[in-house]
Design a protein around this ligand. Structure first.
Ligand code: FES
Length: 84
């Protein structure tokens, strides 16, 4: 398990953070800078940067590339709020 926004999320030890979030029914975890529109996986291969999350306090990690690890603390990114 890792946590996403305080919620426990299971993973199989091989999944990316994005895959585990999608399996848990979570489809968006970032909001865009200008209009605050929801974003999640788009390309799924590390190209588009739509899937950014904060992992253990490190912002702007691509959820489709980061392998989920037990104990990770994953937070959504609201770019309007954080200015990243
Ligand atoms: S979904 Fe495109 S970089 Fe992750």
């Amino acid at each position: 398990m890792f946590t996403f926004d305080g919620r426990p999320i299971p993973h199989d030890g091989r999944q990316s953070v994005a895959a585990a979030l999608l399996a848990a029914g979570i489809r968006s975890w970032r909001s865009t800078r200008v209009e605050g529109r929801p974003r999640g996986v788009f390309c799924g291969i590390g190209v588009c940067f739509d899937c950014l999350v904060t992992v253990n306090g490190v912002p702007s990690q691509r959820a489709c590339l980061v392998v989920a690890r037990s104990g990770d603390v994953i937070e959504p990114q609201d770019e309007r709020r954080e200015g990243t």
